[in-house]
Design a protein around this ligand. Structure first.
Ligand SMILES: C=C(O[C@@H]1C=C(C(=O)O)C=C[C@H]1O)C(=O)O
Length: 112
């Protein structure tokens, strides 16, 4: 059993830790927003030049790099890879949408 004082101290400590978690979550949202700004830039460039939305070789290299970074940082490399694949799936969907918009703009009647 812990005393009321112990519990109050634990709650104060918990709130302090959660405030750091809140700051990190906010930083991650800002970093992701910045990443998506750049991937949208890549998507528009690819769409303008008829390049494919995905680049599996680049993804493979990034996964190897991120797994090594995760290991150094004592983060589960499998989690790092899952996170990357989750983000890339969204990026590729955006790129496909941009490619569709570019081809519709180039050929509004849909003629082949
Ligand atoms: C952003 C790109 O497009 C796709 C998305 C990637 C990413 O989000 O890291 C990597 C490769 C591509 O499949 C790119 O080709 O660089």
């Amino acid at each position: 059993m812990t005393s009321i004082d112990d519990r109050d101290a634990a709650m104060t400590e918990l709130l302090g830790i959660r405030s750091s978690i809140d700051n990190i979550d906010a930083a991650l949202i800002h970093l992701l927003a910045e990443r998506f700004k750049f991937t949208q830039q890549v998507g528009r460039l690819k769409a303008r030049h008829g390049l494919p939305p995905s680049d599996p070789d680049r993804e493979k290299r990034q996964i190897a790099r991120l797994r090594a970074l995760a290991e150094d940082a004592h983060l589960d490399p499998a989690f790092a890879e899952k996170w990357f694949n989750f983000v890339v799936a969204e990026v590729i969907q955006h790129h496909e949408e941009l490619a569709g918009e570019a081809s519709a703009a180039a050929d509004p009647a849909g003629a082949v």
